[in-house]
Write a protein that binds this ligand. Sequence first.
Ligand code: GLA
Length: 458
Amino acid sequence: MATESPATRRVQVAEHPRLLKLKEMFNSKFGSIPKFYVRAPGRVNIIGEHIDYCGYSVLPMAVEQDVLIAVEPVKTYTLQLANTNPLYPDFSTSANNIQIDKTKPLWHNYFLCGVKGIQEHFGLSNLTGMNCLVDGNIPPSSGLSSSSALVCCAGLVTLTALGRNLSKVELAEICAKSERYIGTEGGGMDQSISFLAEEGTAKLIEFSPLRATDVKLPSGAVFVIANSCVEMNKAATSHFNIRVMECRLAAKLLAKYKSLQWDKVLRLEEVQAKLGISLEEMLLVTEDALHPEPYNPEEICRCLGISLEELRTQILSPNTEDVLIFKLYQRAKHVYSEAARVLQFKKICEEAPEDMVQLLGELMNQSHMSCRDMYECSCPELDQLVDICRKFGAQGSRLTGAGWGGCTVSIVPADKLPSFLANVHKAYYQRSDGSLAPEKQSLSATKPGASERYEDNT
Ligand code: GLA
């Protein structure tokens, strides 16, 4: 599977209403017919939050919601982008001079990340131009990875327009790296699942080297995604990068404490690997080495024997240079315990004990607690929604994705699903104070599938 490239399907566009509509809109926008189409799905992370960038495995699956792009390569060296959603204005640039503005997370910048990733991979300075019409239905800023789906889709669009080929794994790695041009220091989970997902299974995604293993979820339960309706764009604030930096600093302090060569260490997983001990033992090391009181930059510099200038320029990212408080103990405790929960979750899915749904639910509940209390990436609305989901029949419920808003994912016994949906709808979406608009939705994830391409057979 590691060498397989994304599928290309020959379809009758006329038989697929969404493709047909996109084709017609493309025609009225650009006055021509698309040459091919590419889709990339969003994802829901079932368990394993904020640990991919620390080197640990995560357990996501793709969702039906996706980004679909209609494409026509052109000879003009101009990249013309349009979006079916009028909220996202047209954009055009020279394909030979891709500039990504980190200061504003505008939609087209995500597209450009995908283009730039492929361009750089092949060392190309001259790219052919393209007309592209983008159609996305993943709710934005909801923790379901709409931005990575756009980066991945644009990467596959560019690859296809160039007539080149890459494996799914290579594409996932290129897109994970190139999305960082936006300024967020994400791990590789979102891009990996967008390319490596398969229908009917969740995946354990492991890093260095990147690989994906099927995890069969219990057949008697449904995973329900519910949107808290609090929008969180991780590129618009520094919350996300602060967490990445706290983990990086925690890794360095732990390495120093254990007399390892700390200056090369970037990830919490590297400390564990170098020490050759279990995750449970890493939790004990964390308790010995770090203190629960927040660290300030001066203390960190003292511990590592470096100057403030070195801390700012050699360790921290540009948007975290001025942070004054770092909670290293709490972040490391979350990461090591969450990494252990992912492995337990997979083991339970494999062994399938009778009380499997309950056991998986407990792990999801613990994950939410740790995200809320140790990682501080929840928000009151997410906590409330999680409580409501549990009250109405979920065996477990947790925030999914980066957090600070966005969606929850709950494990619900299949026979309780209709009453669960009705009650959660009433309790969260139809609140008597009317503070949430009725169109806000809860979604259920059923049919995942990986990124793929379509050629019109009509
Ligand atoms: C975002 C990032 C991912 C991951 C999650 C949190 O989606 O892009 O790499 O870190 O947040 O688990």
